[in-house]
Design a protein around this ligand. Structure first.
Ligand code: SF4
Ligand code: SF4
Length: 229
C-alpha cells in the first residue's frame, strides 16, 4: 500500500540495504579522490558530504551497529541546512572510512554518486550523476565505466522506494525537472545511465518524445514494472 517516506518500515529499509551490494566501479574509485584528500575518500568525509539518512534507516542502523551517530548542527550554516531536511530525514555521521562496516552503510552511501532520473512523462528511466557534487567527486562526469550490476540494483531500489513512498517520486520528479532546466541553459544533453547503456537525453520534451518514439532513446526502465509487483 502506498505510504510516505516518513512511514518507511525497518523491513523495507532492510530490503533495500540487502539489495544494494554492488560497487559503483570495478576498481576502488577512492583511488581517484583519496590521494589528494589525506588518504580519505571524499564521500566518506562526513564534514564535506554530510550523510542524510531516513529516520527509519537511522533507527535500524542504530539497533544493528555503533557505526552511526545522529548529527546535531554546530553552527548557523549547518542549522540552515538541517532546516531544509524533510521530517523523514536526518543528518548522521559514521565512524569514517577506516572503520566502515559495509553491511551497515546507509542508502546514500550505496547509491552515491547517482540519483534517479525521471523523464518528461515522470517515469523512472535511469540514473544520473549527482551533478551538484561534481566539484567534490572526481567520478562524476569522468567517463569511467559504471558497473551494470550497480545500476540494476540502484534502479530496482528506487523503483521499490517509489512504489512504497510516492512522495519520494514527487521529490525526484522535481529534481529531474530542475536538472533539465539547468542542462537546457548550455544546450547539453543529460547522460542517463542504465544497465543496458548510457543514453543522451535531450532537455526538450518534443525532442525526447520523438526520439523515444523512433527507438533512439529507451522508455521507462524495464525493471520498473517487475519491481513494483
Ligand atoms: S564516489 Fe567519488 S568521492 Fe566517493 S570514493 Fe568514488 S570518486 Fe571518491
Ligand atoms: S558508512 Fe562507510 S561508505 Fe558510508 S560514508 Fe561512512 S565510511 Fe563512507
Amino acid at each position: 500500500m502506498p505510504q510516505s517516506a516518513a512511514a518507511l518500515s525497518a523491513a523495507q529499509i532492510a530490503e533495500l540495504h540487502a539489495l544494494l551490494t554492488a560497487p559503483v566501479t570495478s576498481f576502488d574509485c577512492g583511488t581517484l579522490c583519496a590521494p589528494g584528500n589525506g588518504g580519505v575518500p571524499v564521500c566518506c568525509q562526513n564534514h564535506t558530504i554530510m550523510p542524510v539518512l531516513y529516520a527509519a534507516e537511522f533507527a535500524l542502523l542504530e539497533r544493528r551497529s555503533r557505526m552511526w551517530t545522529r548529527y546535531v548542527p554546530q553552527n548557523e550554516g549547518e542549522r540552515e541546512l538541517a532546516a531544509e531536511l524533510r521530517p523523514c530525514e536526518l543528518f548522521a555521521t559514521c565512524k569514517g572510512a577506516a572503520h566502515c562496516e559495509r553491511e551497515h552503510r546507509a542508502l546514500s552511501c550505496r547509491t552515491f554518486p547517482f540519483e534517479p532520473y525521471l523523464a518528461h512523462d515522470d517515469t523512472l528511466c535511469g540514473l544520473v550523476f549527482a551533478w551538484d557534487l561534481a566539484a567534490l567527486c572526481p567520478l562524476i562526469g569522468s567517463g569511467h565505466r559504471i558497473e551494470p550490476r550497480f545500476l540494476e540494483q540502484t534502479l530496482t531500489a528506487f523503483t521499490k522506494l517509489f512504489a512504497w513512498a510516492p512522495d519520494e517520486l514527487e521529490l525526484w520528479r522535481g529534481n529531474s525537472r530542475t536538472l533539465r532546466r539547468s542542462f537546457a541553459r548550455s544546450a547539453a544533453r543529460i547522460s542517463v545511465y542504465r544497465p543496458d547503456g548510457v543514453f543522451a537525453f535531450p532537455t526538450a520534451r518534443r525532442t525526447w518524445r520523438d526520439e523515444v518514439r523512433d527507438g533512439r532513446l529507451p522508455g521507462p526502465w524495464p525493471g520498473a514494472d517487475a519491481a513494483r509487483r
